[in-house]
Design a binder for this molecule. Sequence first.
Ligand code: ASP
Length: 344
Amino acid sequence: MNRKKEISVLLIYTGGTIGMVNDPVTGSLVPVDFEHISDQVPELKKFGYNIRSVSFNPVSDSSNIDPEMWIKMATVIEDHVADYDGFVVLHGTDTMAYSASALSFMLENLQKSVIFTGSQLPIGVLRTDGKENLITAIEIAASQDNGRPMVPEVCIYFDNKLMRGNRTTKISAEHFDAFDSPNYPPLAEVGLHIRFNNKFINFPDPHRDMIVHKIFNNNIAVLKLFPGLNSNFVKATVNTPGLKALIIESFGSGNAPTYSWFTEELKGFIARGGLILNITQCHGGSVEMGLYETSREMLRAGVLSGKDITSEASVTKLMNLLGRYNDTDKIISSISVSMAGEMS
Ligand code: ASP
């Protein structure tokens, strides 16, 4: 019998505003169980897909998400990758860009859609953005072309835009349009139709199996530059016990002060085996080391260019690379190339 296989989607509920209610004692928003979400969205039953769910226990506000939970998310996907056509991860918006980035580096050669979504207003609130986000995220995770997923990538779907997860950043604590992908076009735009931008979507080699990289090393720090930076603070940062890598959020196209004490601290850290990655604190655009004298000094000191990577992707990429390899040269060569479409 030539019967079309029923499309299946697994929802992974980790927490976040989408499933929150007000705590009767404190009045603060706290996450509650998945039943609460499914009760609010009876539309889920109308899809005609086989939709199943697993829930983290306990569920979290995403400020409490950490590498252990990324490993948990990746393990759920790994364990069920053969059983489902796509995955939707319900997650708080605050650190969603970090989690989507982390998963993109963990799930090498991913062959299915993994769509993160959540909401700015809880799903039980009349004006919630959660219903539309959830329903469309499911539809995207289930979308296929000739039996292959339309978007076999880790993405964020939010407010009518599907974005590559490791290109996103949270831009608003107020608007429904909470995420942006400043350096990469949306993978799909949603209006009356879902329009996929196929030429921007990465398709893996279908003959290679997925590999899951589950070790993270969090011996990293992020140093955001500002005028008047205190030398004691920089000294303390680069001398943090065990620190292996430092991300510098520099000015504009990768510029930093040329004070000799600053350059000497960076050089000292690199001489002790540390890695330094230069990313821009601008919302969009790229580091171009050497364009100005103020970045040439860092280039001479051995600082690496993060090009147009986001802060979220740089943090998770470095933690993942430090977990994968002990060899500093291997890490250096991997930092500068795109592993999951995170840099141009
Ligand atoms: N604090 C919440 C969280 O990230 C915010 C949200 O979900 O929008 O879990």
